[in-house]
Design a protein around this ligand. Structure first.
Ligand SMILES: NC(=O)c1ccc[n+]([C@@H]2O[C@H](COP(=O)([O-])OP(=O)(O)OC[C@H]3O[C@@H](n4cnc5c(N)ncnc54)[C@H](OP(=O)(O)O)[C@@H]3O)[C@@H](O)[C@H]2O)c1
Length: 224
């Protein structure tokens, strides 16, 4: 897809990856709609990017999440793509993580992106794209080593749920040539793990360069 001129929703734009992605898309000429939780950072980003439509949302309000795609489609008079960069980290041995926290991680990391993309799927243009960031999904070709995964069962489960859902969505949207991008990111230097909602992240070497990851994400979009 040609990014220049494409109308794209970034949900999670107030986060590090979301903000970098929004700036990279704007530099390449995309027309953006921004959604994020933090209204101060959202307003600042929108100002920096020349005042695109912007809306606050809470990941735990799934019905609100599903309205973002239709809102962006109306605000931009069309929608070619959606990026969901919402996520929350949480650590701890399985017996140390409360059920409430496990439910929260599942909601923010899986049900929220699903709800955003569920709402966006009917309104995104044919040949458009829907993108979410997983990572932390174990498997033969997965990016995470066993060391990276220790103490992250609930986070890993939430991303695995999202990844499985995206796989089925890929098949469902294939007749319309809508690309579903499951970005299996390795650990990045965004400070994400330090913002863990519970427990402490394992001591690991610094993550990879987030800006490079965003450039590679731009390549993934361009090659759809
Ligand atoms: N960084 C990594 O190492 C890494 C690796 C693999 C995958 N990922 C995934 O990449 C995505 C972006 O991560 P990041 O590194 O950019 O971290 P980040 O800066 O912490 O971004 C997370 C985003 O999620 C939003 N969020 C969290 N809880 C929310 C809630 N209840 N309601 C609405 N928004 C909520 C945050 O909103 P606020 O701005 O209001 O805080 C923030 O915009 C996440 O899905 C993460 O799982 C990251």
């Amino acid at each position: 897809m040609e990014i220049s001129g494409a109308r794209i929703l970034v949900a999670g734009a107030t986060g590090v990856l979301g903000g970098l992605a929004a700036c990279a898309l704007a530099e390449r000429g995309a027309r953006l709609a921004l959604a994020g939780r933090n209204h101060v950072r959202l307003a600042a980003l929108a100002r920096d990017l020349g005042g695109p439509p912007a809306r606050c949302f809470e990941a735990c309000d799934l019905d609100q999440c599903s309205t973002l795609g239709p809102w962006a489609e109306r605000a931009l008079s069309g929608l070619e793509g959606v990026l969901v960069t919402v996520g929350a980290a949480g650590y701890g041995a399985v017996e140390d993580v409360s059920n409430a926290m496990a439910g929260h991680l599942l909601t923010v990391n899986a049900l929220c992106p699903m709800a955003v993309l569920r709402g966006a799927a009917p309104v995104v243009a044919d040949k458009g794209f829907l993108l979410a960031i997983t990572g932390g999904v174990p498997g033969p070709a997965g990016p995470e080593s066993a060391d990276d995964l220790a103490g992250s069962a609930d986070y890993t489960a939430s991303k695995a749920a999202l990844s499985g859902w995206l796989g089925v969505l890929t098949e469902e949207l294939a007749p319309r040539s809508v690309a579903v991008l499951d970005i299996r990111s390795p650990r990045l230097d965004t400070g994400f793990t330090e913002r863990s909602l519970t427990g402490r992240p394992p001591a690991l070497p610094p993550g990879a360069d987030a800006l490079k990851a965003v450039y590679s994400l731009m390549d993934s979009i361009t090659s759809t």
